[in-house]
Design a protein around this ligand. Structure first.
Ligand code: PLP
Length: 277
């Protein structure tokens, strides 16, 4: 079952017009919202970020907070899974002709739910690998846009090299991963790129920061270099679906001799508490 423009219908019955600007231009925004134990996780934070994305591209939010809550709750209720990932996408809508500029249209709203299978602590403790690449994306990475060509190319390269993530740098500063935020540890200090146009402000990023504070880490929201990341005592990536994932191999070189920084376990446990509160 999926949601499309007011209807809950079978996925194979859902279709949109070829004149939808989401299809023609990737003219739309999206969100990915976890559901844990049947409860939507951090809905307000996700809807605030959605509002920011919509405002940035001049689409009027079609629903109020309560309407979103009701639609998402109803859709997640069709699934028997207690943990789900809700994907929602809003495009500018169906145009009468293909043109780059736009008039006010009725937005297209599509939502689907997929099972969310989080990695276990011991699976995460095995460590993961990543590669660094130049950040070729545009300068509005704070908008969660469906125009994801650069991210798609990174994901394909990651698949070809059998690594978990591509970690991106702009002017020798690490921005974020192709689908995640990036953290490094230097001693007791946890560094991550500040929010702004060069990164997506991850909901998990904020939760990692609050979890890390509870573990008495010193949070530094300042950019760090390619050299810093290679010399780090710990390297983590975060996202709603990956949670907090340790990277132990970067560009085929071990981070911290391949062992996970001891603070990871504390931050992981704090994060699990947030998931269940
Ligand atoms: N940065 C990028 C580019 C992403 O695509 C994502 C998630 O998809 C994130 C960061 C992490 O965001 P969140 O923690 O809200 O999932």
């Amino acid at each position: 079952m999926v949601y499309l423009n007011g209807d809950f219908i079978a996925k194979n019955k859902a279709s949109i017009s070829v004149m939808d600007r989401g299809f023609l231009f990737g003219d739309g925004v999206y969100e990915v919202i976890p559901v844990y134990n049947g409860k939507i996780f951090r809905l307000t934070e996700h809807l605030d970020r959605l509002q920011n994305s919509l405002d940035s591209i001049q689409i009027t939010n079609p629903y109020s907070h309560d309407e979103w809550h009701n639609i998402l709750t109803k859709l997640s209720g069709f699934s028997s899974e207690s943990d789900q990932s809700l994907y929602l996408q809003i495009t500018r809508g169906v145009d009468s002709q293909r043109k780059h500029n736009f008039d006010t249209l009725t937005p297209t709203v599509y939502i689907e739910s997929n099972p969310l299978i989080a990695k276990t602590k011991s699976q995460l403790e095995a460590g993961f690998s990543a590669l660094t690449r130049e950040d070729i994306r545009w300068h509005r990475c704070d908008i969660k846009s469906t125009s994801l060509l650069a991210n798609i190319l990174y994901a394909q390269e990651a698949k070809q090299h059998q690594v978990e993530e591509m970690i991106l740098s702009r002017n020798n500063k690490i921005t974020e991963g192709a689908t995640s935020n990036v953290f490094i540890l230097k001693g007791n200090a946890l560094f991550t790129h500040p929010t702004g146009p060069n990164i997506l402000s991850g909901i998990t990023r904020d939760l990692v920061i609050s979890s890390a504070k509870a573990c008495n880490l010193d949070i530094q929201e300042i950019p760090f270099s390619l050299n810093d990341i290679h010399q780090a005592d710990g390297l983590w990536i975060s996202s709603s679906t990956r949670e907090i994932m340790p990277i132990t191999l970067l560009d085929d070189q071990p981070i911290n001799q391949g062992s996970i920084h001891p603070a990871w376990s504390c931050v992981y446990e704090q994060y699990q508490l947030l998931k269940n509160d």
